[in-house]
Design a protein around this ligand. Structure first.
Ligand SMILES: C[S@@+](CC[C@H](N)C(=O)[O-])C[C@H]1O[C@@H](n2cnc3c(N)ncnc32)[C@H](O)[C@@H]1O
Length: 191
């Protein structure tokens, strides 16, 4: 999937996933970012260098300001989006730096009540059950319509939602009040 592609990982922590994917998945370039210099020091110290792998200090909310528009095929964010102070700005930035047809891949554990108020709600409504019961992964595929009965997100979240339609999503109950959510959002190829 990533072979020959340009990948941006946001919040890579100690970079183990980045080092692995940069070698095994064969991307053309893999830029792994985190907002803690201490993490990046560990990344650079721990992992043997690869030509296609670069570690950079970047806050998730700044990716749209730092990287050129339409410069990545994938933006990857694993178990970190719930840590971000401004998740909307991150999603909006991702929609800017992705090329048309590019994908935003996210997974994390969410508190269901808080998720209802978040910009990611649309994906959960589309892919997970509203009663929060388990739904098998890959529950729905293909472009998903806007969830019936939910208000359209406005502002930055609206722009991001318009730019990146959920292509696949799944939610699994992991503990009372929590869901483990996997989201794949695809930026449309035409505006
Ligand atoms: C639970 S760790 C997950 C890390 C990694 N993706 C993984 O799966 O092992 C959360 C990471 O998010 C990073 N982080 C938190 N807020 C951030 C932000 N605003 N911008 C960039 N990274 C952030 C932390 O430094 C930490 O490395």
């Amino acid at each position: 999937m990533m072979r020959g592609k340009d990948v941006l990982e946001v919040a890579c922590a100690r970079g183990g996933g980045a080092r692995y994917l940069a070698e095994v998945a064969g991307p053309r370039s893999y830029v792994a970012t985190d907002y803690l210099e201490s993490n990046l020091e560990i990344c650079r110290r721990t992992h043997s260098p690869l030509e296609n792998l670069e570690f950079r200090l970047v806050d998730a909310s700044e990716i749209g300001d730092i990287f050129p528009a339409a410069s990545f095929d994938f933006v990857l964010c694993v178990q970190a989006v719930t840590h971000f102070q401004d998740a909307r700005k991150f999603v909006f930035g991702a929609s800017q730096v992705l090329r048309p047809g590019g994908g935003l891949l996210m997974c994390d554990t969410f508190q269901r009540d808080k998720l209802q108020a978040s910009p990611l709600r649309r994906g959960v409504r589309a892919g997970g059950r509203r009663d929060g019961r388990h739904q098998p992964s890959g529950a729905r595929r293909g472009p998903l319509p806007h969830a019936v009965g939910s208000p359209r997100p406005r502002g930055a979240a609206g722009a991001a939602a318009a730019a990146a339609r959920p292509q696949a999503s799944g939610a699994s109950a992991v503990a009372v009040g929590l869901s483990y959510l996997r989201l794949v959002l695809r930026k449309p190829t035409a505006p």
